[in-house]
Design a protein around this ligand. Sequence first.
Ligand code: CLF
Ligand code: SF4
Length: 533
Amino acid sequence: MQDSANASTLPAAAYIGIGQIKPLGSAIEVPVAGGGCGSQGGEGKASCGSSGGPDDMPPEIWEKVKNHPCYSEEAHHHYARMHVAVAPACNIQCNYCNRKYDCSNESRPGVVSQKLTPEQAVKKVVAVASEIPQMTVLGIAGPGDSLANPKKTFDTFRMLQEQAPDIKLCLSTNGLALPDLVDEICQYNIDHVTITINMVDPAVGEKIYPWIFWDHRRVTGYEAARILHERQMQGLEMLTARGVLTKINSVLIPGINDEHLIEVNREVKKRGAFLHNIMPLISEAEHGTHFGLTGQRGPSAQELKAVQDACMGGANLMRHCRQCRADAVGLLGEDRSEEFTLDKIEQMEVVYDLERRREYQRRVEVERDAQHAAKQEALAVAQAIDVADDLKVLVAVATKGGGRVNEHFGHVSEFQIFEVSATEALFVGHRRVDLYCQGGYGDDEQLPSVVRAINDCHAVLVAKIGACPRDELSQAGIEPVDQYVGEFIEKAALAWFNDYRGRIASGAIVHEDRGDAAIRQGAFTGTAAHAAA
Ligand code: CLF
Ligand code: SF4
C-alpha cells in the first residue's frame, strides 16, 4: 500500500487552461525496478504509443500485442475483438454512468447489451470465431464491472480456453476488486487487463465517484476515492510484477481531471502500464447520468488532443479507441453484434476450425506486411527532406481499410485523422460522423455536422466526392482532395502536404490555423451503420 501515503501527499489539482498544458518530456521519472517482463512497453520510445511495431518493444511483448486490435494501432485495421456481456453488477458508482446502460468505462452509454450466462457467452464466441477468422480477442467489459462478477467472468474464460485456445483473453475493470483476483487472472492466462483510472488524487476522485461498495458497506466521499485509488495502484503494480500487459483507460472530464491526467499518465507509467487511453466524457442529458443531468460537458476534439499531446513522452498513448459497447463484435469502428444475437446463433452451423483460422491470419499478415513496408517507405522518403519550419496540419481520411484512401465521402461513418508535417504523417484519432449518403442520395442536412466533426482539419482525402459536399467543405476552409485514390494513407497525406507547402511558398494560398471540432456524442450502433450503408 505504498501509494496510500503518496496519495495523501499529492498536491491538489491546480487547474490550468488546456492551452497551457505542456508535454511531459524529460520530467518523466524512471519506472520502478522489477516491473516485470518489460511491460513498461516501449520504454525509451514512449511516443510510439500503440503505433509501436516490432522494433519498438521486446519480442515477447510484440507477440502479445501484434494481433490485439486495442494494444496495436496497426493491428486494429486487420484484427477484430468481441465482448460478451456476462458481468452485470458493479461495485462502485461513477458520475458518468447510468446503470440502465453499459459500463461507460469501456463502452458508450446509450445501448444496452443482451446479458449472457457464461455458457451462452462461450457458445457465442465460438460462433463468431467460426464466422470471423480475424477475431483474435475476447474481452469482458461489462455491462457492469468484470471483477465485481468474478465467477461469471472466470467461468467464461475457463470454458473458452478449453474450446478455443487461440483466442486471447482480455478484461476491463474499475480496479476495486483487482488486487484480490490477480492470481486468478494469471491462472487463466489473461494477458491483457484494462484498469480505468481517472485520478491519482482522491480530492479529484471524490468529484467523479459518489460511492464505492467496500468491505460489506457503502463508503462515500474522499474516503471512497482514497480506497479506490489505493486498490487501483496496488492492482496495477501486482499485474506488472506478474508480466500481465496493462492498459489504463481515463475518461477526460473538462474542469475536473483534464490536466490532472498528465499526473495520472506519469503515475501509471511508473507502475509499468503499457498503454494509456484517454477517452472523451460522453454526457448527453438523455443518458440520465449525474454528469449529464448537471450539465458537465465533454471535451472538444482539440481539448482531447491537447491532453493526449501533453502526455507524449510519458506512458504510451492509445488514440484509436472507439469506446465500444459491452457486446461489441468486429473490427474497432464496426459493430456486427446484431448478426450474433442468441436466436441467430441457434440457427448457425458452428465449425470451429483452428487451421482455417490460422491460414486466414497468415494471409492477413502478408497484406499487413505489405502495408507496413509501404508506410515505412513513405515516411523514410519524407524524413530525408530538410525542412526548416515545423508546420503541421490535420487531415481527415476516408478509408474502408487496408491503410488506403479508398472510401467515398458519402459512405464514411468515421474519418481517420492524421497530423501531417513535412516529415511525418501520424495517426492521431478518428471522428465519428453521421453518414452523408442515405442510399443513393446525399442528405445535405447532415453536412454541417460532418463539417463540425472535422473542422480542425485542413483537407479531407477521399476516393470520391459529390459537387455539393465539395462546395460546402471548400467554403468551410477544408480542402476536398480526391487525386490519391487507392494510395496508402501516409504516402497520400505527405504528398498532399508537400503540394500544400508548395502553394504557400508560391503565394497561391495563405496558411491559416483551423478551428476546433466537435466530438460526436451518443451511441453508434451496428444497426444504424448497416442500415445506412
Ligand atoms: Fe475489449 Fe477493452 Fe480488451 Fe479491447 S475494447 S476489453 S482492451 S478487447 Fe478497445 Fe473498445 Fe476502446 Fe476498450 S476500442 S473501448 S480500448
Ligand atoms: Fe458504471 Fe462501469 Fe463505473 Fe460501474 S465502473 S459505475 S458500470 S461506469
